[in-house]
Design a binder for this molecule. Structure first.
Ligand code: 26A
Length: 346
Protein backbone atom coordinates (compact mmCIF):
# COMPACT_ATOMS: atom_id res chain seq x y z
CA UNK A 1 0.00 0.00 0.00
CA UNK A 2 1.31 3.39 -0.95
CA UNK A 3 1.67 5.86 1.91
CA UNK A 4 -1.23 8.33 1.51
CA UNK A 5 1.04 11.27 2.21
CA UNK A 6 3.44 10.08 -0.52
CA UNK A 7 7.19 9.58 -0.29
CA UNK A 8 9.58 12.53 -0.05
CA UNK A 9 12.15 10.91 -2.37
CA UNK A 10 11.27 9.40 -5.75
CA UNK A 11 13.89 7.44 -7.71
CA UNK A 12 13.73 6.18 -11.29
CA UNK A 13 15.99 3.84 -13.25
CA UNK A 14 16.70 0.23 -14.20
CA UNK A 15 15.94 -2.54 -11.69
CA UNK A 16 18.56 -5.24 -12.25
CA UNK A 17 19.63 -8.42 -10.56
CA UNK A 18 23.41 -8.61 -10.21
CA UNK A 19 25.00 -11.95 -10.99
CA UNK A 20 28.38 -11.47 -9.41
CA UNK A 21 31.30 -13.88 -9.50
CA UNK A 22 35.08 -13.86 -9.32
CA UNK A 23 36.88 -14.08 -12.67
CA UNK A 24 40.35 -13.63 -14.12
CA UNK A 25 42.18 -12.07 -17.08
CA UNK A 26 41.20 -14.95 -19.35
CA UNK A 27 37.53 -14.45 -18.57
CA UNK A 28 37.72 -10.70 -19.29
CA UNK A 29 39.43 -11.51 -22.57
CA UNK A 30 36.88 -14.18 -23.48
CA UNK A 31 34.07 -11.60 -23.30
CA UNK A 32 36.16 -8.73 -24.63
CA UNK A 33 35.71 -6.47 -21.59
CA UNK A 34 38.03 -4.29 -19.53
CA UNK A 35 38.59 -4.85 -15.80
CA UNK A 36 36.46 -1.82 -14.85
CA UNK A 37 33.86 -1.58 -17.59
CA UNK A 38 30.17 -0.74 -17.29
CA UNK A 39 28.57 -1.58 -20.62
CA UNK A 40 25.39 -2.79 -22.30
CA UNK A 41 25.51 -6.46 -23.30
CA UNK A 42 25.85 -7.43 -26.94
CA UNK A 43 25.20 -10.80 -28.55
CA UNK A 44 28.70 -12.03 -27.62
CA UNK A 45 27.98 -11.51 -23.92
CA UNK A 46 24.79 -13.54 -23.69
CA UNK A 47 26.56 -16.66 -22.43
CA UNK A 48 28.21 -14.74 -19.58
CA UNK A 49 25.35 -15.05 -17.10
CA UNK A 50 25.15 -18.85 -17.23
CA UNK A 51 28.94 -19.01 -17.21
CA UNK A 52 29.06 -16.94 -14.00
CA UNK A 53 26.39 -19.11 -12.35
CA UNK A 54 27.79 -22.49 -13.47
CA UNK A 55 31.53 -21.93 -13.24
CA UNK A 56 32.20 -18.97 -10.96
CA UNK A 57 30.02 -19.62 -7.94
CA UNK A 58 28.15 -16.39 -8.71
CA UNK A 59 25.90 -14.76 -6.15
CA UNK A 60 22.54 -13.19 -6.96
CA UNK A 61 22.38 -9.72 -5.44
CA UNK A 62 19.80 -6.96 -5.88
CA UNK A 63 21.34 -4.24 -8.04
CA UNK A 64 20.46 -1.52 -10.51
CA UNK A 65 22.40 1.62 -9.68
CA UNK A 66 19.54 3.94 -8.62
CA UNK A 67 17.74 1.10 -6.88
CA UNK A 68 20.89 0.73 -4.75
CA UNK A 69 20.81 4.47 -4.14
CA UNK A 70 17.14 4.27 -3.13
CA UNK A 71 17.93 1.56 -0.57
CA UNK A 72 20.90 3.59 0.65
CA UNK A 73 18.84 6.74 1.11
CA UNK A 74 16.10 4.86 2.96
CA UNK A 75 18.82 3.40 5.25
CA UNK A 76 19.40 6.94 6.54
CA UNK A 77 15.84 8.29 6.48
CA UNK A 78 12.68 7.74 8.55
CA UNK A 79 10.31 4.95 7.45
CA UNK A 80 8.36 5.40 4.21
CA UNK A 81 10.70 8.00 2.76
CA UNK A 82 11.54 6.45 -0.63
CA UNK A 83 9.66 5.16 -3.67
CA UNK A 84 11.51 3.51 -6.57
CA UNK A 85 10.21 3.12 -10.13
CA UNK A 86 11.45 0.95 -13.01
CA UNK A 87 10.44 -2.03 -15.14
CA UNK A 88 10.86 -5.72 -14.26
CA UNK A 89 9.67 -9.03 -15.76
CA UNK A 90 7.24 -11.56 -14.38
CA UNK A 91 9.74 -13.91 -12.78
CA UNK A 92 11.74 -15.04 -9.74
CA UNK A 93 14.39 -12.37 -10.23
CA UNK A 94 11.75 -9.66 -9.91
CA UNK A 95 10.59 -11.28 -6.67
CA UNK A 96 14.14 -11.06 -5.28
CA UNK A 97 14.35 -7.36 -6.17
CA UNK A 98 10.98 -6.57 -4.66
CA UNK A 99 11.75 -8.46 -1.47
CA UNK A 100 15.12 -6.75 -1.07
CA UNK A 101 13.52 -3.34 -1.48
CA UNK A 102 10.72 -4.21 0.94
CA UNK A 103 13.23 -5.38 3.55
CA UNK A 104 15.09 -2.11 3.12
CA UNK A 105 11.82 -0.19 3.50
CA UNK A 106 11.80 1.07 -0.09
CA UNK A 107 8.37 1.16 -1.70
CA UNK A 108 8.45 -0.09 -5.32
CA UNK A 109 6.12 0.81 -8.17
CA UNK A 110 7.43 -1.49 -10.89
CA UNK A 111 5.99 -1.68 -14.36
CA UNK A 112 5.78 -5.43 -14.99
CA UNK A 113 6.54 -6.43 -18.57
CA UNK A 114 4.65 -9.51 -19.75
CA UNK A 115 7.27 -10.60 -22.28
CA UNK A 116 10.83 -9.74 -21.27
CA UNK A 117 12.63 -11.24 -18.26
CA UNK A 118 13.94 -9.05 -15.44
CA UNK A 119 17.19 -7.32 -16.40
CA UNK A 120 20.50 -8.60 -15.12
CA UNK A 121 23.97 -7.28 -14.65
CA UNK A 122 26.88 -9.72 -14.91
CA UNK A 123 29.61 -8.57 -12.55
CA UNK A 124 33.09 -10.04 -13.04
CA UNK A 125 35.29 -9.34 -10.03
CA UNK A 126 39.07 -9.34 -10.51
CA UNK A 127 40.86 -8.10 -7.42
CA UNK A 128 39.50 -4.66 -6.53
CA UNK A 129 38.08 -4.22 -10.05
CA UNK A 130 34.61 -5.03 -11.26
CA UNK A 131 33.39 -5.24 -14.82
CA UNK A 132 29.64 -4.87 -15.31
CA UNK A 133 27.83 -6.17 -18.38
CA UNK A 134 24.14 -5.33 -18.36
CA UNK A 135 21.35 -7.07 -20.24
CA UNK A 136 18.49 -4.65 -19.65
CA UNK A 137 15.68 -6.87 -21.01
CA UNK A 138 12.51 -5.82 -19.12
CA UNK A 139 14.28 -2.75 -17.66
CA UNK A 140 14.42 -1.42 -21.23
CA UNK A 141 10.61 -1.60 -21.46
CA UNK A 142 9.89 1.21 -19.03
CA UNK A 143 7.27 3.51 -20.57
CA UNK A 144 6.20 7.03 -19.73
CA UNK A 145 2.58 5.78 -19.83
CA UNK A 146 3.33 3.90 -16.61
CA UNK A 147 4.56 7.09 -14.93
CA UNK A 148 1.51 9.05 -16.13
CA UNK A 149 -1.06 6.69 -14.59
CA UNK A 150 -3.00 8.73 -12.03
CA UNK A 151 -1.94 6.68 -8.97
CA UNK A 152 1.74 6.84 -9.95
CA UNK A 153 1.68 10.49 -11.02
CA UNK A 154 0.11 11.31 -7.65
CA UNK A 155 3.30 9.94 -6.05
CA UNK A 156 5.39 12.04 -8.44
CA UNK A 157 3.50 15.16 -7.40
CA UNK A 158 3.81 14.37 -3.70
CA UNK A 159 7.57 13.77 -3.90
CA UNK A 160 9.84 16.55 -2.71
CA UNK A 161 13.13 15.38 -4.26
CA UNK A 162 13.87 13.36 -7.42
CA UNK A 163 16.81 11.09 -8.08
CA UNK A 164 17.37 9.70 -11.57
CA UNK A 165 20.27 7.52 -12.64
CA UNK A 166 21.90 8.51 -15.93
CA UNK A 167 21.66 4.87 -16.99
CA UNK A 168 17.98 5.52 -17.62
CA UNK A 169 18.89 7.71 -20.61
CA UNK A 170 19.32 4.45 -22.52
CA UNK A 171 15.70 3.55 -21.71
CA UNK A 172 13.15 6.38 -21.52
CA UNK A 173 14.24 10.00 -21.92
CA UNK A 174 10.57 11.14 -21.92
CA UNK A 175 10.09 9.64 -18.44
CA UNK A 176 13.24 11.37 -17.17
CA UNK A 177 12.13 14.69 -18.66
CA UNK A 178 8.63 14.38 -17.17
CA UNK A 179 10.15 14.14 -13.68
CA UNK A 180 12.63 16.90 -14.49
CA UNK A 181 9.82 19.25 -15.62
CA UNK A 182 7.80 18.51 -12.49
CA UNK A 183 10.85 19.33 -10.36
CA UNK A 184 11.75 22.55 -12.20
CA UNK A 185 8.19 23.85 -12.36
CA UNK A 186 7.72 23.44 -8.62
CA UNK A 187 11.26 24.36 -7.54
CA UNK A 188 11.95 20.87 -6.16
CA UNK A 189 15.53 19.50 -6.32
CA UNK A 190 16.35 17.23 -9.27
CA UNK A 191 19.38 15.06 -8.57
CA UNK A 192 21.00 13.22 -11.48
CA UNK A 193 23.96 10.88 -11.75
CA UNK A 194 26.20 10.49 -14.80
CA UNK A 195 26.36 6.74 -14.02
CA UNK A 196 29.14 5.61 -16.39
CA UNK A 197 31.51 7.04 -19.01
CA UNK A 198 29.46 5.50 -21.83
CA UNK A 199 26.53 7.78 -20.97
CA UNK A 200 28.30 11.08 -21.87
CA UNK A 201 30.13 9.26 -24.69
CA UNK A 202 27.29 7.50 -26.48
CA UNK A 203 24.13 9.15 -25.08
CA UNK A 204 25.39 12.72 -25.35
CA UNK A 205 22.28 14.22 -26.97
CA UNK A 206 19.97 12.55 -24.46
CA UNK A 207 22.18 13.78 -21.62
CA UNK A 208 22.30 17.31 -23.04
CA UNK A 209 18.49 17.39 -23.09
CA UNK A 210 18.35 16.61 -19.35
CA UNK A 211 21.29 18.70 -18.03
CA UNK A 212 19.33 22.00 -18.02
CA UNK A 213 17.03 20.50 -15.37
CA UNK A 214 19.75 19.15 -13.12
CA UNK A 215 20.22 20.87 -9.75
CA UNK A 216 22.70 18.36 -8.31
CA UNK A 217 24.91 16.54 -10.81
CA UNK A 218 26.82 13.59 -9.34
CA UNK A 219 29.60 11.69 -11.09
CA UNK A 220 33.02 10.20 -10.60
CA UNK A 221 36.28 11.34 -12.15
CA UNK A 222 36.13 9.03 -15.19
CA UNK A 223 32.57 10.17 -15.96
CA UNK A 224 33.54 13.84 -15.63
CA UNK A 225 36.47 13.29 -18.00
CA UNK A 226 34.22 11.46 -20.47
CA UNK A 227 31.81 14.43 -20.37
CA UNK A 228 34.61 16.90 -21.06
CA UNK A 229 35.91 14.78 -23.91
CA UNK A 230 32.59 14.13 -25.62
CA UNK A 231 31.80 17.85 -25.45
CA UNK A 232 35.20 18.80 -26.87
CA UNK A 233 36.08 20.93 -23.85
CA UNK A 234 39.72 19.92 -23.80
CA UNK A 235 39.67 20.03 -19.99
CA UNK A 236 41.31 17.30 -17.92
CA UNK A 237 41.36 18.99 -14.51
CA UNK A 238 38.41 17.69 -12.47
CA UNK A 239 37.72 21.00 -10.68
CA UNK A 240 37.76 22.84 -14.02
CA UNK A 241 35.29 20.36 -15.53
CA UNK A 242 33.04 20.64 -12.46
CA UNK A 243 33.14 24.44 -12.76
CA UNK A 244 32.20 24.40 -16.40
CA UNK A 245 29.32 21.99 -15.73
CA UNK A 246 27.78 24.55 -13.37
CA UNK A 247 27.66 27.10 -16.19
CA UNK A 248 25.58 25.04 -18.62
CA UNK A 249 22.01 26.19 -19.28
CA UNK A 250 19.66 25.90 -16.31
CA UNK A 251 15.84 25.93 -16.41
CA UNK A 252 15.13 26.51 -12.74
CA UNK A 253 17.04 29.69 -11.99
CA UNK A 254 15.92 29.65 -8.33
CA UNK A 255 18.54 27.00 -7.57
CA UNK A 256 22.24 27.14 -8.44
CA UNK A 257 23.68 24.09 -10.16
CA UNK A 258 25.84 22.04 -7.82
CA UNK A 259 28.31 19.54 -9.27
CA UNK A 260 29.78 16.77 -7.13
CA UNK A 261 32.63 14.61 -8.43
CA UNK A 262 33.84 11.65 -6.38
CA UNK A 263 37.32 10.25 -6.97
CA UNK A 264 37.64 6.95 -5.13
CA UNK A 265 39.85 7.54 -2.11
CA UNK A 266 40.85 11.02 -3.31
CA UNK A 267 38.82 14.01 -2.06
CA UNK A 268 35.35 14.69 -3.47
CA UNK A 269 35.30 17.89 -5.55
CA UNK A 270 32.31 20.23 -5.64
CA UNK A 271 31.50 23.27 -7.72
CA UNK A 272 28.66 25.68 -6.95
CA UNK A 273 27.69 28.68 -9.02
CA UNK A 274 26.94 31.68 -6.82
CA UNK A 275 26.24 35.33 -7.54
CA UNK A 276 29.88 36.15 -6.87
CA UNK A 277 31.29 33.42 -9.09
CA UNK A 278 31.88 29.69 -9.04
CA UNK A 279 33.12 28.21 -5.82
CA UNK A 280 35.00 24.89 -5.75
CA UNK A 281 35.80 22.85 -2.66
CA UNK A 282 37.31 19.50 -1.70
CA UNK A 283 36.05 17.06 0.92
CA UNK A 284 38.25 14.16 2.11
CA UNK A 285 36.67 10.68 2.11
CA UNK A 286 36.03 8.45 5.14
CA UNK A 287 38.95 6.14 4.53
CA UNK A 288 38.80 2.66 5.99
CA UNK A 289 41.71 0.23 6.36
CA UNK A 290 42.36 -1.70 3.11
CA UNK A 291 41.79 -5.06 4.80
CA UNK A 292 38.23 -4.03 5.67
CA UNK A 293 37.29 -3.46 2.02
CA UNK A 294 35.12 -6.32 0.81
CA UNK A 295 33.72 -5.16 -2.53
CA UNK A 296 33.52 -1.67 -4.00
CA UNK A 297 30.62 -2.48 -6.38
CA UNK A 298 27.99 0.14 -5.67
CA UNK A 299 30.24 2.51 -3.70
CA UNK A 300 29.12 5.38 -5.94
CA UNK A 301 25.47 4.41 -5.58
CA UNK A 302 25.85 4.36 -1.80
CA UNK A 303 27.50 7.79 -1.87
CA UNK A 304 24.55 9.11 -3.88
CA UNK A 305 22.14 7.48 -1.39
CA UNK A 306 23.67 9.14 1.65
CA UNK A 307 23.98 12.41 -0.22
CA UNK A 308 20.41 12.54 -1.47
CA UNK A 309 19.15 11.55 2.00
CA UNK A 310 20.88 14.72 3.24
CA UNK A 311 19.14 16.79 0.55
CA UNK A 312 15.77 15.29 1.60
CA UNK A 313 16.57 16.20 5.22
CA UNK A 314 17.39 19.77 4.19
CA UNK A 315 21.02 19.40 5.31
CA UNK A 316 23.85 21.55 4.01
CA UNK A 317 25.99 20.53 1.03
CA UNK A 318 28.87 19.73 3.37
CA UNK A 319 26.78 17.52 5.63
CA UNK A 320 25.10 15.77 2.69
CA UNK A 321 28.51 14.92 1.20
CA UNK A 322 29.72 13.65 4.55
CA UNK A 323 26.63 11.40 4.79
CA UNK A 324 27.40 10.08 1.29
CA UNK A 325 30.97 9.31 2.22
CA UNK A 326 29.89 7.62 5.44
CA UNK A 327 27.37 5.39 3.64
CA UNK A 328 29.87 4.52 0.89
CA UNK A 329 32.41 3.45 3.53
CA UNK A 330 29.80 1.10 5.05
CA UNK A 331 28.77 -0.33 1.67
CA UNK A 332 32.29 -1.27 0.54
CA UNK A 333 32.62 -3.47 3.61
CA UNK A 334 29.68 -5.59 2.36
CA UNK A 335 29.31 -7.93 -0.61
CA UNK A 336 27.76 -6.07 -3.55
CA UNK A 337 25.72 -2.88 -3.22
CA UNK A 338 24.49 -3.65 0.31
CA UNK A 339 24.42 -2.06 3.76
CA UNK A 340 25.19 -3.57 7.17
CA UNK A 341 22.46 -5.07 9.30
CA UNK A 342 21.71 -4.34 12.13
CA UNK A 343 21.57 -0.76 11.00
CA UNK A 344 24.37 1.60 11.93
CA UNK A 345 23.54 5.18 12.67
CA UNK A 346 25.30 8.18 11.23
C1 26A B 1 22.03 0.59 -18.33
N1 26A B 1 23.02 0.05 -17.45
C2 26A B 1 24.28 -0.34 -18.05
C3 26A B 1 22.78 -0.05 -16.07
C4 26A B 1 23.70 -0.62 -15.17
C5 26A B 1 23.37 -0.60 -13.79
N2 26A B 1 22.24 -0.07 -13.34
C6 26A B 1 21.40 0.44 -14.25
N3 26A B 1 21.64 0.46 -15.58
N4 26A B 1 24.93 -1.22 -15.27
C7 26A B 1 25.33 -1.55 -14.03
N5 26A B 1 24.40 -1.19 -13.14
C8 26A B 1 24.40 -1.36 -11.69
O1 26A B 1 25.44 -0.65 -11.12
C9 26A B 1 25.57 -1.14 -9.80
C10 26A B 1 26.92 -0.79 -9.24
O2 26A B 1 27.11 0.57 -9.23
C11 26A B 1 24.61 -2.80 -11.25
O3 26A B 1 23.39 -3.49 -11.20
C12 26A B 1 25.26 -2.63 -9.87
O4 26A B 1 24.38 -2.98 -8.82
Amino acid sequence: MAAPQGYPLLCLENPLLDIQGVGDEAMLEKYGVKANDAILAEEKHMGLYEDLLQNHDAKLIAGGAAQNTARGAQYMLPENSVVYIGCVGKDKYADILKETCEKAGVHTEYRVDEVQPTGKCGVIITGHNRSMITHLAAANEYKIEHLKQPHIWALVEKAQVYYVGGYHLTVSVPAVLALAEEAATNNKPFVFSLSAPFIPQFFKDQLDSVIPYVDYLIGNETEALAFSESHGWGLTDIAEIAKKLTTLEKKNTQRPRIVIVTQGTLPTVTAVSTASGIETKEYPVHEIPKEKINDTTGAGDAFAGGFVAGIVQGKSLEESIDQGQWLASLSIQELGPSFPFPKQTY
